[in-house]
Design a protein. Structure first.
Length: 202
């Protein structure tokens, strides 16, 4: 992303890990002596977009209506608004020895009244696997195209995959009476995530 002219700031408040990078356009701001709440808000206001795993700091971006490339869990309750771009972690089922599809993720959620914590996933035999480096790279390339209005009509855009996703996702929202949790959909599912995980669309 820095090759495209971006300056990347890692924000937050608490971390026990540092970024080891010689790239002068990547700033481990969270571990710097300059970190404070005011600069957090400043960075959110003047950012092009944010990248998040649906934690508290992304609320700063939402205040200024900045789109977020978000790796969201629980997937059923993803923030499909504010032009956000969504993908999720892999829901690996130990019993089936594979990643779950959309319909199967909803089945697990229904059993638990769509209330999740780490114990809930563990008790259901689900391990949340991190996305691969390729998936994350493709995800951010897609976000860059979208925020610069270059995605629709590009080689990266597959309209059929998007339409199939929304058909399945909205069906299970309605079936589980979760429509009021979302409201108007102004966000997007990651096209690249769907391409990289064809079995997700079931």
């Amino acid at each position: 992303m820095t090759e495209k002219g971006y300056k990347i700031f890692r924000v937050g408040k608490y971390t026990n890990q540092k970024i080891n990078s010689n790239n002068k356009n990547i700033y481990d701001y969270v571990n710097s002596n300059y970190r404070n709440d005011f600069i957090d808000i400043f960075l959110a206001k003047f950012s092009k977009f944010a990248v998040s795993t649906a934690l508290g700091i992304d609320n700063a971006a939402l205040i200024f209506r900045k789109p977020i490339a978000m790796i969201h869990v629980p997937f059923e309750l993803s923030y499909f608004h504010n032009s956000n771009l969504i993908m999720t972690k892999h829901h690996y089922c130990k019993k089936k020895k594979r990643n779950l599809s959309i319909s199967e993720i909803f089945e697990v959620g229904k059993k638990n009244n769509f209330k999740y914590d780490t114990v809930t996933y563990r008790n259901n035999g689900i391990s949340l696997k991190e996305n691969s480096s390729k998936e994350i790279t493709d995800f951010l390339i897609e976000m860059d195209l979208r925020v610069n209005n270059k995605f629709i009509g590009s080689d990266e855009h597959n309209k059929d995959l998007e339409e199939e996703f929304w058909k399945i996702f909205k069906f299970y929202l309605k079936q589980n009476d979760l429509g009021n949790m979302h409201g108007y959909f102004s966000g997007n599912i990651s096209n690249s995530f769907l391409k990289n995980n064809p079995d997700f669309l079931r």
